[in-house]
Design a protein around this ligand. Structure first.
Ligand SMILES: Cc1cc2nc3c(=O)[nH]c(=O)nc-3n(C[C@H](O)[C@H](O)[C@H](O)COP(=O)(O)OP(=O)(O)OC[C@H]3O[C@@H](n4cnc5c(N)ncnc54)[C@H](O)[C@@H]3O)c2cc1C
Length: 348
């Protein structure tokens, strides 16, 4: 079967792309390996609340209706509703395991057979493979280790000393939750910056929006400043817990041995549980097209447009700006790619 456009990935990025394609004459199909729309969000930890408020958590064409800070289930349900409202053609349970070119056509090999397309949009998510440092393997088998992507709730851990490694918003939220019934250590490799979630009656995202902070292109002066800084932690709960000693801050974890983690400041800690909130790395091994990736395995692109005619990426961190991998920003990038598709296919 051949389509004008195949979108690989039916998360928020793939659905936003579908929204624009639906208004065109392109024949298209969205493929996703999971069995349910919104499953990525559903599988995240139980108490996950978004750091973006509801008025900064919508895709084009449909406002999210939720409490001020949506839960992960609000987003999961919202994505289902979104796909239904716009009757987006999605084929679930379809894992793409190979993408290559046959002359000028893309061949998309899946567990459900092969498809062909003139254009492909890869929207497989900014978070692919857990990025866990190699020294994790030096820890004894008795230590419970879990990556933040597998963490659901405190019941998964054993009693005893718990170390969360990584000071982004996931690490901060998980450490905060765990500190309710145990002593928690948090290893962070940078100086943490805390920002209020709301100022007066307005969310901080309202101010970001007015000041253009999150919309600043990655190569603008503001964009470069935001990029250099680690992501801020929204809200002050963690700051309070650090102050009152429920959570103890450690420097960057650099090595381990048996049941001990060693930190950059040469201190050590005996641990029973380690939560690796150390981020993700790309995994595009299934794309067999030359000259698409840099040495670190990230796509080489300009606003999602690659040097390979007809091949696009969507939902990448900093694809265009800080919002690109957030719900509120992916629509703008999808619209940009849609316009590129139209320009490349004037007769469609
Ligand atoms: C803990 C956490 C909290 C976050 N909080 C916020 C927040 O508060 N606000 C906000 O705006 N953003 C937040 N984000 C960031 C972002 O919005 C999410 O990561 C979002 O899920 C990214 O959407 P996506 O569509 O780009 O990718 P994903 O949601 O990862 O969707 C990608 C889809 O592609 C499919 N797929 C992947 N590979 C294949 C393949 N080979 N074949 C077929 N299908 C495939 C997957 O099954 C998946 O459904 C958060 C992220 C995390 C991890």
């Amino acid at each position: 079967m051949k389509y004008d456009v195949i979108v690989i990935g039916g998360g928020q990025a793939g659905l936003a792309m579908g929204y624009f394609l639906k208004n065109s004459n392109f024949s298209f199909l969205i493929l996703d390996e999971l069995s349910e729309i919104g499953e990525v969000w559903k599988n995240r930890y139980d108490t996950l609340k978004l750091f973006t408020p509801h008025d900064f958590s919508s895709l084009p064409g449909l406002s999210l209706d939720s409490n001020s800070y949506p839960t992960k289930n609000d987003i999961s349900e919202y994505l289902k509703l979104y796909a239904k409202k716009f009757s987006l053609p999605i084929q679930m349970n379809t894992s793409v395991n190979k993408l290559f070119l046959d002359n000028d056509e893309f061949v998309i090999k899946t567990n459900q057979g092969s498809l062909r397309a003139n254009h492909v949009v890869v929207a497989t998510g900014p978070f692919q493979k857990p990025n866990i440092p190699d020294f994790s393997t030096f820890l004894s088998e008795d230590i419970l280790q879990i990556h933040s992507s597998e963490y659901k709730n405190p019941k998964q851990l054993t009693n005893g000393t718990t170390l969360v490694i990584g000071g982004g918003n996931s690490g901060a939220q998980i450490a905060t939750e765990l500190s309710k019934d145990r002593k928690v250590f948090l290893a962070v490799g940078h100086k943490m910056m805390f920002l209020p979630q709301d100022i007066g009656h307005k969310s901080i995202f309202w101010y970001f929006d007015k000041l253009g902070v999150y919309k600043a292109p990655h190569d603008s002066i503001i964009g470069k400043i935001v990029r250099r800084k680690p992501d801020p932690i929204f809200g002050f709960e963690l700051k309070r817990l650090l102050k009152n000693g429920r959570i103890t801050l450690k420097s960057r974890a650099i090595s381990s041995e048996n049941n001990v983690i060693i930190f950059k400041d040469q201190t050590q800690l005996k641990v029973d549980n380690v939560v690796w909130a150390t981020g993700y790395k790309p995994d595009y091994n299934w794309i067999e097209i030359d000259e698409l990736f840099n040495k670190q395995g990230f796509p080489i692109h300009n606003r999602g447009v690659t040097s390979r005619k007809g091949l696009f990426f969507l939902g990448l961190p900093w694809q265009h700006n800080r919002q690109s991998a957030l719900i509120t920003g992916v629509g703008e990038d999808a619209k940009y790619l849609y316009n590129q598709l139209i320009t490349n296919s004037p007769n469609t």
